[in-house]
Design a protein around this ligand. Structure first.
Ligand code: FMN
Length: 307
C-alpha cells in the first residue's frame, strides 16, 4: 500500500505535506527546472505588497557559522504585476499557489488583499506575513502584538480564499498572537518566520548587512520552530499549523509534524540544493514506509500524547 501523504489545513486538502517557504523559491515558477511543482503540497511565493518595493540595501544575505542571515527587505514587483507576469507560469505547471502578502501599515495589507481579489480563482490560500515592522505602531513587528495582528487580519477579510497568518517567534506572546489570528479569521498559522539577528564586520567595525539586522534561518532555528509549534498546538489544539524553520530532511520535517504541524515549509535548504523540497517529500514517504505509518496525518501532534 502506498503511504498516504495527504493532509488537511483548515478547510483545504493537500496531496502532500511539504511546501516551499515564502521568499526562498522566487516569485514564480523558478524551481520548476528542478522540481515538479504539482507534486508539492503548495508553492508559497515571496511576500508581495500592493505596490512594487525595492527592498533593503546590499549586502542582503550572509552565512553565519550557524544559519543564514538575510535582510532582503521584501523586495518585489507588487501584486498586480506579479499576477500578470508570474502567476500564469505557476498555474500552467499545476502548482497549488499560496500567495504571501505584507505591508507597513494595516492599510497596506488591505490594499494588497484587494489587488489579489482578481486572482482568487487561481490561488488556494493567502499567507499573511505579519513578521514585518508596523510603521504606524512604533516599528514593532505586527506579529508581536495581538491587537495589530487582529487589525491586519480584519483588513484582509474581503478575501474569499482561506487566510493563514505567518507569525514570529521573536516574542513571548506567540500563543496570544496565534489566538488573536484565529479569532480574526485565520484558518491556520505558519510558524515560524526568521529570528532577528545581526552580524558585525570586525574589520570595518560596522554591521555587515545593509539592513543592519536581519532574519536568521536554517538548521540553527529548527529547535525554536519545534518548540513554538509544540506550544501553540498545546494551547490551541483546534488551530491548524504549518511548520517552518530549519527543515532540511525527513527527520526535521517529522519533528515539526509530531509537534503539531499539519504540513511543513522548506526555506533555506533550497538555497543549498534547489531539489531539497522534493527530496524531503520523498524522504517522508521512505520514513513512513520504514516505520509502518500508512497515513502521515496520524503523526500530526503525536508528541503530545501521554503514555
Ligand atoms: C532569503 C530569505 C527570504 C525570505 N523571504 C520571506 C518572505 O518574503 N516572506 C516570509 O513570510 N518569509 C520569508 N522568509 C522566511 C522563510 O519563509 C521561513 O519562514 C524561514 O526562513 C524559516 O525557514 P527555513 O529555516 O527553512 O529557511 C525568508 C527567508 C529567507 C532566508
Amino acid at each position: 500500500m502506498p503511504v498516504d501523504l495527504s493532509t488537511t489545513i483548515g478547510s483545504l486538502e493537500f496531496p502532500a505535506p511539504v511546501m516551499t517557504a515564502a521568499g526562498t523559491a522566487g516569485h514564480g515558477a523558478e524551481l520548476s527546472a528542478y522540481v515538479d511543482l504539482s507534486s508539492l503540497g503548495a508553492v508559497v511565493v515571496k511576500s508581495l505588497s500592493a505596490e512594487p518595493w525595492p527592498g533593503n540595501p546590499a549586502p542582503r544575505v550572509h552565512q553565519t557559522p550557524s544559519g543564514m542571515l538575510n535582510s532582503v527587505g521584501l523586495q518585489g514587483p507588487g501584486v498586480a504585476v506579479w499576477v500578470r507576469d508570474e502567476l500564469p507560469g505557476l498555474v500552467e505547471r499545476g502548482a497549488r499557489v499560496v500567495v504571501s502578502i505584507w505591508g507597513r501599515s494595516v492599510e497596506d495589507y488591505a490594499a494588497a488583499a484587494r489587488s489579489l481579489r482578481a486572482a482568487e480563482d487561481r490561488i488556494v490560500a493567502v499567507e499573511v506575513n505579519l513578521s514585518c515592522p508596523n510603521l504606524d505602531g512604533g516599528a514593532h513587528l505586527f506579529a508581536h502584538d495581538p491587537v495589530a495582528t487582529t487589525d491586519v487580519l480584519r483588513s484582509t477579510e474581503m478575501l474569499e480564499v482561506p487566510r493563514w497568518a505567518k507569525l514570529s517567534a521573536n516574542t513571548d506572546r506567540v500563543v496570544e498572537v496565534a489566538r488573536a489570528a484565529q479569532s480574526a479569521g485565520a484558518e491556520a498559522v505558519t510558524l515560524i518566520n526568521t529570528l532577528i539577528g545581526m552580524i558585525i564586520d570586525t574589520e570595518s567595525r560596522r554591521p555587515l548587512l545593509g539592513g543592519v539586522s536581519g532574519g536568521l534561518s536554517g538548521a540553527a532555528i529548527h529547535p525554536v520552530a519545534v518548540r513554538t509549534v509544540y506550544e501553540v498546538r498545546k494551547a490551541i489544539p483546534d488551530l491548524a499549523i504549518v511548520g517552518a524553520g530549519g527543515v532540511t530532511d525527513a527527520i526535521t520535517a517529522i519533528e515539526l509534524i509530531l509537534a503539531g504541524a499539519s504540513a511543513v515549509q522548506v526555506g533555506t535548504a533550497t538555497f543549498a540544493d534547489p531539489r531539497a523540497v522534493a527530496k524531503i517529500l520523498d524522504g517522508l514517504r521512505t520514513w513512513c514506509e520504514a516505520h509502518e505509518v500508512s497515513q502521515l496525518r496520524d503523526l500530526i501532534g503525536g508528541a503530545h500524547q501521554t503514555g
